[in-house]
Design a protein around this ligand. Structure first.
Ligand SMILES: [Zn+2]
Ligand SMILES: [Zn+2]
Length: 452
């Protein structure tokens, strides 16, 4: 009872994996002891072969090296971080727990088997700034813990569609949910949660946030919540089913992001109300220009961007037509109108009609809209459009005024950081964004152990 859960984190996959043991480790299968030394693993007839100074010391379909003592650590060379981002780079990283080596296609996959609390200390340190308030970090620790355990739980259930293929030529409604992993629970990159081993556990506050919330998760009906979060909701949070597959989760439903809660009777699904909401700057936790809050969000956060609560993007006819053509591979001709057909509770557009001189089409959901209307991603799909400079009834200028940053479901990071600064406790922060969810200890919940 109350045994800490071990999770498996996929760190890297290379043809050759070089690692260094900093203490004695034991091979689980053969009980062979491997001493403090540098080793090289490669594939040989579909088996993982481990060499030390050219001598073969282990060979099996999977090799698990467990530390003999609790403080055993190992080093992995050439860990790539920030895959596909402009800051992609290779690092040497240090880990505690066990090292598992398995075949993944024609590579050796290195997996770290680590206690969840240790894992979270690294995640909270890597993802959050040490300047954040302790209560905000504690809220994030609970969310990260819930998220990773929900991923493990999800694997045991029949797979839900993570994508919908478009049904017709006139309608293109699609959503993306991140795909899970087969050989391990979570990866170490931003696809799951950024985990950079124990060398990155630098912030005392992050450790404290994890320790003080040990084992705590958000649960609903006895199940661990799939805790989503995004940067800025824009004043109201969005429902899960408006962004991903059509399943209603009571704890991932509309929240008015202020202490006045649902006394604010706005229905942003109505076009008029959405327009009024987006073109004004109503009070909300995430409506802040407090310079103490923004740097809390992410280390190295781009602080040039402070207009996340309300933003504006201006396109010429030429620009918008070419972006849509490039992103959709469809020639709409000149763009005449971008019409919101259906909005969610946060005013995010779920179905958008693009009317061009050549073609009309309805697209969705929010991420697809954001992709089609920007070289990278539009901040959010909660926007209204002003059409200017008409020539032959075709607007030559489009002004998009929008609200929020990201999908807007679950916790609003900027709002939560602001709540932390205002003195709210982590429980109050979590109860605010995940209404109807309870904070429970996962030891008390029925989740089966992961099989590693
Ligand atoms: Zn992943
Ligand atoms: Zn918000």
């Amino acid at each position: 009872m109350n045994k800490e859960k071990t999770i498996s984190v996929g760190i890297l996959a290379n043809e050759k994996v070089e690692f260094q043991l900093l203490n004695n480790f034991q091979i689980e299968e053969t009980k062979t002891i491997l001493t403090k030394e540098t080793y090289l693993a490669s594939l040989n007839n579909n088996k993982v072969s481990v060499y030390s100074k050219g001598m073969l010391v282990a060979e099996a379909f999977e090799v698990v090296l467990a530390p003999i003592s609790d403080n055993g650590t190992f080093i992995l060379e050439q860990v790539t971080i920030g895959i596909d981002f402009h800051w992609e780079q290779q690092e040497v990283q240090q880990f505690s727990g066990a090292l598992k080596l398995v075949q993944e296609e024609n590579k050796v996959r290195a997996i770290n088997l680590v206690g969840i609390e240790k894992y979270l200390q690294s995640v909270v340190s890597s993802e959050m700034s040490p300047h954040a308030s302790l209560e905000f970090l504690k809220a994030h620790a609970v969310i990260s813990r819930s998220w990773v355990l929900a991923q493990i739980q999800k694997k045991k259930k029949p797979a839900k569609p993570n994508k919908k293929t478009p049904a017709s030529q006139d309608e293109h409604i699609i959503w993306y949910d991140s795909e899970g992993h087969n050989l391990f629970d979570v990866c170490a990159d931003d696809h799951c949660q950024r985990y950079q081993g124990i060398s990155k556990i630098s912030s005392e506050k992050a450790i404290e946030a994890v320790v003080q919330t040990k084992g705590e998760v958000l649960a609903f009906n006895g199940e661990i919540c799939d805790t989503r979060f995004s940067k800025c909701c824009g004043g109201l949070s969005e429902n899960f089913e408006n962004v991903w597959e059509p399943t209603y989760y009571p704890y991932l439903s509309k929240v008015v992001d202020s202490e006045y809660g649902n006394t604010t009777c706005v229905d942003l699904r109505k076009e008029k109300e959405a327009e009024q909401w987006i073109t004004s700057k109503p009070y909300a936790f995430c409506n802040t220009d407090d310079p103490a809050i923004l740097p809390q969000m992410l280390p190295g956060f781009d602080q040039q961007t402070t207009d996340f609560y309300r933003w504006q993007v201006v396109y010429s006819q030429k620009e918008i037509a070419s972006i849509i053509k490039k992103k959709s591979a469809i020639d709409f001709g000149e763009v005449i109108k971008l019409e919101a057909i259906k909005r969610g509770h946060s005013a995010r557009i779920i179905k958008l009609k693009i009317i061009g001189t050549n073609k009309e089409m309805i697209i969705g959901k929010e991420l697809e809209i954001r992709k089609w209307l920007s070289e990278s991603h539009l901040y959010s799909s909660a926007f209204v459009v002003d059409y200017l400079d008409f020539e032959n009834n075709v607007p030559q200028k489009f002004v998009l005024t929008g609200a929020g940053w990201g999908h807007g479901v679950g916790l609003c990071q900027i709002g939560a950081a602001a709540m932390g600064e205002k003195g709210y406790s982590y429980k109050e922060i979590l109860n605010h964004y995940f209404q109807r969810a309870e904070i429970e200890n996962y030891f008390k919940l029925k989740i089966s152990g992961s099989e590693h």
